[in-house]
Write a protein that binds this ligand. Structure first.
Ligand SMILES: NC(=O)c1ccc[n+]([C@@H]2O[C@H](COP(=O)([O-])OP(=O)(O)OC[C@H]3O[C@@H](n4cnc5c(N)ncnc54)[C@H](OP(=O)(O)O)[C@@H]3O)[C@@H](O)[C@H]2O)c1
Length: 239
């Protein structure tokens, strides 16, 4: 499917995977609404993408874990874009610790960002997609949503739940010509992975944010009758 002149909102677009998805979509001629908390990241990306690819880029600094803030930001971006064809729920946070030892506030915050954030943004934008009778929603989940591991109770719970929401919503809206997809990367070379102390090892052999962005593009370009329900993304070059 041709992506030129389509519109997309990407959460967590300032760094890592979200930034790589923004770059890939801009290269295809997609007009963008970018959201993250750090305005400076978004402004810099906006300048680069509009200059290099001639696309329209709008930005909104907001915290997706805050319902009011997230809803106001995405509805402003949607109004600037005119309509929204593609939503990428990518904003996410990760930290790890034993359940008994992790601060309850930190545990809850992971759920608020990774699950509730995706819900708030989707809930705000979905009615217009249903009304227009088309749309793509891609949720960036994780292999941590497929199998639990020690110290991952909050992160795994958030991603298992995001996968559940994805599959249920996919069943709900496919008759409205809306595709809902989850992508499950294993460790990707981003600030999140480095800051969370995930094993990085040889950078050349691990997944890069651009690899996830490639799969996003591939999913979006499938004929509209085809929905990629869930796709795991692994390095083919393990250390
Ligand atoms: N890297 C991995 O190994 C890996 C593997 C599997 C899945 N994932 C998932 O991929 C997604 C992107 O991760 P990444 O590795 O690219 O992370 P990253 O490098 O830390 O980038 C995350 C982006 O999300 C934004 N963000 C974080 N919290 C936010 C909030 N509360 N509200 C709005 N924006 C927020 C950050 O900007 P601000 O801080 O300025 O808000 C940043 O732009 C996450 O959902 C993550 O769980 C990552």
């Amino acid at each position: 499917m041709e992506l030129r002149n389509k519109t997309a909102i990407i959460t967590g677009a300032g760094k890592g995977i979200g930034k790589a998805i923004a770059e890939s979509l801009a290269r295809e001629g997609v007009n963008l609404g970018l959201l993250a908390r750090t305005a400076a990241d978004l402004d810099e990306l906006k300048n680069t993408l509009s200059e290099q690819h001639g696309v329209q880029v709008f930005t909104a600094a907001a915290d997706v874990s805050n319902s009011q803030e997230a809803r106001a930001a995405v509805s402003e971006l949607a109004a600037s874009l005119g309509h929204v064809d593609i939503l990428i729920n990518n904003a996410g946070t990760a930290s790890f610790g034993k359940l008994a030892e992790m601060d309850p506030e930190q545990w809850e915050q992971i759920i608020r960002v990774n699950l509730m954030g995706a819900y708030y943004v989707t809930h705000e934008l979905l009615p217009a997609m249903i009304e227009q009778g088309s749309g793509d929603i891609i949720n960036i989940a994780s292999t941590a949503g497929e199998r639990g591991f020690a110290t991952g109770s909050a992160y795994c719970a958030s991603k298992f739940a995001l996968l559940g929401m994805t599959e249920a919503l996919m069943q709900e809206v496919r008759k409205s010509n809306i595709r809902v997809t989850a992508l499950n990367p294993s460790t990707v070379n981003t600030p999140l992975a480095v800051n969370a102390g995930l094993p990085i090892g040889d950078e050349d052999r691990m997944l890069q944010p651009e690899d996830v962005a490639e799969l996003v593009l591939a999913g979006l370009k499938l004929p509209s009758r085809v929905v990629l329900k869930t796709a795991g993304i692994w390095t083919n070059n393990p250390q």
